[in-house]
Write a protein that binds this ligand. Sequence first.
Ligand code: MG
Length: 267
Amino acid sequence: MDRYIRFSNNNKIHYGLVNGDKVSKLMGEEFQDFEVSGIEYDLSSVKLLAPCSPTKAVCVGLNYKDTILEPGAKWPVEPLLFIKPSTSLLNPGESIIKWPMTEDLAFEAELAIVIGKKAHLVSEDDAHKYIWGYTIANDVTAKDLQKTDGLWARSKSFDTFLPLGPWIASGIDAHNLTITSLVNGQQKQKGNTADLIFGIEYLVSYISHITTLLPGDVILTGTPGGYGSSLDVNDKVEIEISEIGTLTNYCKRSTDTWSLAPRHKSI
Ligand code: MG
């Protein structure tokens, strides 16, 4: 298994390959072009960033067999997709912002597939050739806005709503991994990727028939049962996936000036 990171050192951003407690700086901008530079840093001395720089995160809703459907809801016969913008990306260890527009923030533990090679109209059999590896994602959702809006663009897209990392595990079999989420040390979700309804290769193939996937793009494969727990200011949220690691983030309020003008409700 190889572990790829994206990190900053002296205000410059690099990709690196982890080797024990060291990281080897990589030359090149994409997985296919990477070459080991021979320059090494102590892993503890660099700042870890989200491990790739996606142009988009394509996300799947309702994709675990252990999800309890809300009354009246049905299982999708095809993957139910939505997109999170690249600007929602958050680094490991940083804080998810509870923006003033939402009262009810939730986290969702998810396995993320990282694309390594431009994928357009890819077959399920060939899908593995386009996968760089796997990382951990938190599909942060403003649940109150998700309910009122119907469409999910607003509730899923705020800045900081896509924590990703801490690294990309490459060369692992991701078909039987345990996913756990914890808030302040207390377990909230537990699932296994063996229970995915639409599997990894199918998702890469299906999505590549809708939108071209570019190197560094991610597919969030959905969250297991027990999701929907709220996240509050000062909470610590950890997502663990076996063979990959742990993604840790915190929650805080925005300190930015909120300059949205109030709108008349009668319109
Ligand atoms: Mg989700």
